[in-house]
Write a protein that binds this ligand. Structure first.
Ligand code: ZN
Length: 168
């Protein structure tokens, strides 16, 4: 299969996206970095986008729902509505800054690391964790249908607590 090697390499290389990599390597002013990042992604750095972006991207790789970000905004006294939080999350996703994860039909989770990687989903807690780099290899995929190519593979491993297991 001609595309098995690049795909394998892609699956194994859980690299950070360009932006995160350059942000981590550079020690500038985080707020002006964020402003640049929004501009480069084609988004005007409005006060609301900067405030929400600050909350989202200031703490490493995270997985959040709109409600979780809204709660953080309220605690940080950022005056936004839940609707604005939704809109901003979707704008960031369209601009490639976030990735929306299909984990749970009832809630959308957004990942601050938009590169392709795999997840554990703790069903009881509704919590999302990145899988360790060597967590999984997918080396046998079906051929894509005629006229299609595989754009990416993301694996979600669903976890639940073992019956009788102690909470740690
Ligand atoms: Zn993730």
């Amino acid at each position: 299969m001609s595309n098995s090697l690049p795909l394998q390499a892609m699956l194994n290389a859980r690299g950070a996206p360009l932006d995160a990599a350059s942000a981590a390597g550079r020690r500038g002013c985080p707020l002006s970095d964020l402003r640049d990042r929004l501009r480069r992604s084609g988004l005007r750095p409005t006060r609301q986008r900067l405030s929400l972006g600050w909350l989202l991207f200031g703490r490493g790789d995270r997985h959040l729902t709109a409600e979780m970000l809204y709660d953080e905004a309220m605690r940080a006294k950022v005056p936004v509505s839940l609707a604005t939080v939704y809109n901003t999350l979707h704008q960031f996703t369209e601009a490639g800054l976030l990735r929306q994860l299909a984990l749970d039909g009832s809630k959308a989770y957004f990942d601050t690391n938009p590169s392709e990687h795999h997840h554990f989903f703790l069903e009881d807690e509704g919590q999302v964790l990145d899988m360790p780099d060597c967590g999984i290899t997918v080396d046998s995929l079906p051929d894509a249908p005629e006229g299609m190519e595989i754009a990416g593979v993301e694996v979600i491993v669903r976890l639940r607590r073992r019956h009788g297991a102690r909470q740690s």
